[in-house]
Design a protein around this ligand. Structure first.
Ligand SMILES: Cc1ncc(C[n+]2csc(CCOP(=O)(O)OP(=O)(O)O)c2C)c(N)n1
Ligand SMILES: [Mg+2]
Length: 416
C-alpha cells in the first residue's frame, strides 16, 4: 500500500487529495455484490442434498470474490471435496483432507473423481480449454454453475442450474438453504471424504520418485517439494506462463484458504514472473514471495530487477533454467518428433551471475539437496534474489503429464 501524504497539493495544482471524491466501497473489490435468485438457490440445494458424490470445481472467481473462507467452511460443513483450476488454487487449502487438487489438463486425482461424480458445483470458473481438458471431462455431467459473469453460462459446458451472482454470497446462500440437511450430508459424505484423502495419499506414493527425485538435472517435482517445505503458510508463489504455472498449479500446496498461488492465467503471457513478484511484494509487504519463471519469460523482463532494487522490494525469482522455450520445445517433440525443433532453443545463461551483476542476490543450484538452503538464504536476503535452477534439457522429460494437445483432432472437436 502506498501511503499518500494528507496534502500533496503541488504548486502547479490548486487542489489537495482531500478534495477528491472517493467513495469508501470502491477501495476494495468487488465494490458491490449481487446474489443469485432465491428459487435457483433452492433448486441447486435440492440437487446437492441428494447427491452421492458431489464435487466443487473452484476457479479464480472464488478469489476475486474473496470467498475462499466461505467456500472452505461450506465444503467442510457438508464434506464436499474441492478441485481447483490454476487460478482457483487456495479456494480450500491444498493441505485440507477435502482438497482434490488441480483438475483439467493436468491433475493428481481430480479428473477421476469428476468422472465418478454425480454432481458438479462449478464456482467462479469460465470452464475454459485447460480446465475442461479440451472440453472432454465434464460432458454429460449434472452441473450447477455459480458465477458473476452471465456470459460464461452455457458457453463451453451446459449447466442444469445457473446461479448468477457473487460467489461469496451465492455460497453463503447455499449454506443457509442446506443448513437443515448439513448434519445428514456431513455424515453421509464422510466415507467419500475419507476416500478422497486416501486417494491423494496413494497418489503421493505413486509419484514419490518424482517428488523426492535426487537426480540431476533437477526434477520439477523435487523443486516443488522443496518450495512446499520451505515456504510458510503466509507466503506466496507467483507463477509465469510457461511450465511454471502448470507444474506449480499441479504440485504447489497452499497451507491456508486464499490466494497464495498467483499465476497469470487467462492471457498466460510469459514474462509475468518478475513483475508479478514485484506486484505481490508491494501488495503483501513482509510476506515471503517466491516466483517461478522460465528462462524465456525472465529474459523478456529482467531489466526490471533494477526497478525492484530501486523501489526496495523483497522477493525471490526462481528461474527454471532449461535453455529453451521449454513448453514449445516439448510440444514440438511430442507432435513432430525427436529433433524437429524450431526456434525453441535458448542460449545457456547463468541467471545468478546476471542478477549478481545487477546488485541482486544470485544463487545457482544444480544439486537438488541444495535447493532448500538456497530458498531460505534468498528469502532472508534484503532485496531481490534470483535462484537459477538447472533443470532438464531433454524435451521428452519436460511435460508434467500427458498433454491433450497431442491428440489427433477429429471432425466435431472444439479447439480453443
Ligand atoms: C507473451 C507470450 N508469448 C508466447 C507465449 C507462448 N508460450 C507459452 S510457453 C512458452 C515458452 C516459455 O519458455 P520459458 O519461459 O523458458 O518457460 P519453460 O516452458 O521453458 O519453462 C511460450 C513461448 C506466451 N504464453 N506468452
Ligand atoms: Mg525455459
Amino acid at each position: 500500500m502506498v501511503d499518500l501524504p494528507e496534502d500533496i497539493s503541488h504548486e502547479m495544482f490548486e487542489f489537495s487529495v482531500a478534495e477528491f471524491f472517493g467513495a469508501e466501497e470502491y477501495q476494495s473489490v468487488p465494490a458491490f455484490r449481487t446474489r443469485p435468485a432465491a428459487d435457483d438457490i433452492a433448486r441447486a440445494a435440492a440437487l446437492l442434498a441428494t447427491a452421492q458424490r458431489p464435487i466443487i470445481l473452484a476457479g479464480g472467481g472464488v478469489h476475486l470474490s474473496g470467498a475462499a473462507d466461505a467456500l472452505s467452511d461450506f465444503a467442510s460443513a457438508l464434506n464436499i471435496p474441492v478441485a481447483h483450476t490454476l487460478t482457483g488454487k487456495g479456494a480450500i487449502a491444498c493441505s485440507d483432507d477435502l482438497s482434490a487438487g488441480l483438475f483439467g489438463r493436468y491433475d493428481r486425482i481430480a479428473n477421476g473423481l469428476i468422472a465418478e461424480s454425480d454432481l458438479l458445483l462449478v464456482v467462479g470458473s469460465k470452464l475454459g480449454e485447460i480446465a475442461t481438458k479440451r472440453f472432454t471431462i465434464l460432458n454429460g455431467k449434472t452441473i450447477i454453475h455459480l458465477d458473476l459473469v452471465a456470459e460464461e453460462f452455457n458457453r463451453t459446458t451446459p449447466a442444469d442450474v445457473v446461479l448468477w451472482g457473487d460467489v461469496k454470497l451465492g455460497i453463503e446462500d447455499l449454506a443457509r438453504e442446506l443448513e437443515p440437511e448439513a448434519a445428514g450430508m456431513h455424515a453421509k459424505l464422510a466415507p467419500y471424504r475419507d476416500e478422497v484423502k486416501s486417494r491423494m495419499a496413494k497418489w503421493r506414493v505413486e509419484v514419490a520418485e518424482k517428488l523426492e527425485d535426487k537426480g540431476t538435472p533437477i526434477g520439477m517435482g523435487r523443486l516443488l517439494t522443496e518450495i512446499n517445505s520451505v515456504l510458510p503458510a503466509d507466503g506466496y508463489l507467483v507463477a509465469d506462463g510457461g511450465f511454471a504455472a502448470h507444474w506449480g498449479g499441479l504440485l504447489f500446496d497452499t497451507k491456508r484458504p486464499g490466494r497464495a498461488f498467483v499465476p497469470d492465467r487467462g492471457f498466460a503471457s510469459i514474462g509475468y514472473g518478475l513483475p508479478g513478484a514485484m506486484g505481490v511484494a508491494l501488495a503483501a509487504p513482509g510476506a515471503p514471495v517466491l516466483s517461478l519463471t522460465g528462462d524465456g519469460g525472465f529474459n523478456m523482463v529482467l531489466g526490471d530487477l533494477e526497478t525492484a532494487r530501486r523501489v526496495g522490494l523483497n522477493f525471490t525469482v526462481i528461474v527454471v533454467n532449461n535453455a529453451a522455450s521449454g513448453y514449445v520445445k516439448a510440444l514440438q517433440h511430442l507432435v513432430y518428433g525427436e529433433g524437429a525443433y524450431h526456434a525453441s532453443d535458448l542460449i545457456e545463461m547463468d541467471y545468478s551471475a546476471i542478477a549478481g551483476a545487477m546488485g541482486c542476490h544470485g544463487i545457482r543450484v544444480e544439486d537438488p539437496e541444495l535447493i532448500a538452503d538456497a530458498l531460505r538464504e534468498a528469502i532472508a536476503h534484503d532485496g531481490p534474489s534470483v535462484i537459477d535452477v538447472v533443470v532438464t534439457r531433454d524435451p521428452a522429460k519436460m511435460l508434467p503429464g500427458v498433454d491433450s494437445r497431442a491428440v489427433t483432432i477429429k471432425k466435431g472437436d472444439r479447439i480453443a
